[in-house]
Design a protein around this ligand. Structure first.
Ligand code: SF4
Length: 210
């Protein structure tokens, strides 16, 4: 069996390797770095949160501003979706990798794919289509993850531009290298062509893939 046959069927990835997950983690964590750099240096406040911690501690003025305070909130909400179970429920439990990859890695309680390497499987596999509510939830959290920091960059046009350019390049990269070969056909971003989908599903149903 060739490497291509082991990994892909009709151009669709059936088995992700660790280097796929490492690639995705590299492009996926970049927004947090941009957000941190931009938010901690912002002067914008929406909730009016600011604390002069330096004076309080007797070290002179040092303002802990709202951007610094909101960064962990942004991080926690994003990670709640991507690593806290919401994404697994709305998106991943519909994907064949969710169901079959654990066994191949010797741990049926976990799944291994592009965006999740060894994540737990708390939900039952459901190969049916992803609901509109699930798709909207996925798009909503992804939009929040990519665009929320801009609220705190509005006085820094170069950061706004950087974040927008990054968002476009992230989505284009993901769609071209990830979504065009992804076996999660119910995902709103999936762009595998219909012919390949049909053949992959036929092989899946006939037990030729896993
Ligand atoms: S189609 Fe893209 S966004 Fe959707 S599950 Fe696959 S890789 Fe992720």
């Amino acid at each position: 069996m060739t490497e291509e046959k082991q990994k892909c069927h009709h151009g669709v990835v059936a088995r992700y390797h660790f280097h796929d997950a490492r690639w995705f983690a590299t492009i996926g964590f970049a927004p947090f770095i941009i957000a941190f750099a931009g938010m901690v240096t912002t002067s914008i406040s929406y909730l009016g949160l600011s604390f002069d911690i330096g004076s309080f501690l007797g070290f002179g003025t040092f303002i802990l501003n709202e951007g610094i305070l909101m960064f962990p909130v942004y991080l926690i909400i994003s990670m709640l979706f991507f690593a806290g179970g919401i994404e697994w429920y709305v998106l991943c439990r519909h994907c064949p990798c969710y169901e079959f990859s654990g066994k191949e890695h010797g741990n049926e309680g976990r799944f291994y794919c592009l965006a999740n390497w060894g994540s737990p499987k708390p939900f039952k596999y459901n190969p049916s289509h992803i609901s509109r509510a699930g798709q909207a939830t996925f798009l909503g959290f992804t939009g929040f993850f990519l665009l929320f920091p801009i609220l705190y960059f509005l006085d820094r046009w170069e950061f706004v531009l950087f974040q927008l350019l990054f968002t476009i390049s992230f989505m284009a990269t993901l769609r071209h290298w990830g979504c065009s070969q992804c076996p999660n056909f119910g995902c709103v971003l999936n762009c595998v062509d219909d012919n390949a989908k049909e053949k992959f599903l036929q092989d899946l149903n006939e037990g030729k893939i896993y």
